[in-house]
Write a protein that binds this ligand. Structure first.
Ligand code: 6GU
Length: 224
């Protein structure tokens, strides 16, 4: 799977993709990530990538020309399954969207800044608009890292048994049950007896009960 990420701040994305599961996925050949600096495609002499908005008002708008230049260049090289725009007014990211996107081959992601991109980019190129929640970030880069991470861990072969995505919270609309490791007693705080029992059926039943209890308490919206 390949991601092309269009950004005015590529340095913000160097860290998230160069450790742990994301780095391993690239090393194993499951994943390729290319960062593209939109400023490199600016043709004006100051290398500007934004301009004042028509109609007035505070805040700059990301210009059409450099973004179209890079999108067209990339589209000429391969077919893209999705061209995603990261924006607080997009559709809020859900596990079901991550699952769908994990089946794609080539995804382009455009990171918004300032007041956002000229609307004509959205009308003519963008196939999906994603937000990661109801709050505002300074730019779409950190949100893009969240999107990529949530997708990459679903690509077959990226996770091993110990880190399997199948038992993640949200995969079955349930939060995960509590987990424990050694020692069985610390400071008088005991691990629930059933987990030490070796009775697989009882343990599974306990986990399901706790997952449901937790979901009812914390995220009743998931059960509807
Ligand atoms: Cl995708 N971008 C920005 N700037 N803020 C956000 C967001 C995206 N998702 C939630 N807040």
């Amino acid at each position: 799977m390949r991601f092309d990420i269009l950004t005015i701040l590529p340095q913000l994305l160097d860290g998230p993709f160069s450790a742990s599961i994301m780095q391993r996925a690239q090393d194993k050949g499951h994943l390729e990530i290319q960062l593209h600096n939109i400023r490199d495609y600016s043709t004006n002499k100051h290398k500007n990538v934004d301009d004042y908005q028509y109609g007035g008002g505070a805040g700059m708008v990301m210009s059409i020309e450099p973004i179209v230049a890079i999108i067209e260049k990339l589209k000429a090289e391969r077919n893209y399954d999705e061209i995603i725009y990261m924006t607080p007014d997009g559709q809020v990211l859900e596990q079901s969207t991550c699952n769908d996107l994990s089946l794609k081959e080539n995804i382009m992601i455009l990171c918004g800044h300032y007041k956002g991109v000229d609307e004509r980019i959205r009308e003519h190129y963008i196939t999906k608009e994603i937000s990661i929640g109801s709050y505002v970030l300074s730019g779409g880069e950190l949100a893009a890292a969240v999107v990529v991470d949530s997708i990459v861990r679903l690509i077959p072969g990226v996770l091993n048994d110990e880190t399997s995505a199948l038992t993640d919270s949200f995969q079955d609309n349930l939060l995960s049950p509590p987990v424990y490791t050694r020692p069985p007693e610390y400071n008088g705080w005991k691990v629930p007896e059933v987990l030490l029992s070796g009775d697989f059926n009882k343990i599974e039943a306990w986990r399901e009960e706790k997952a449901l209890e937790r979901t009812k308490q914390r995220r009743p919206d998931l059960l509807k």
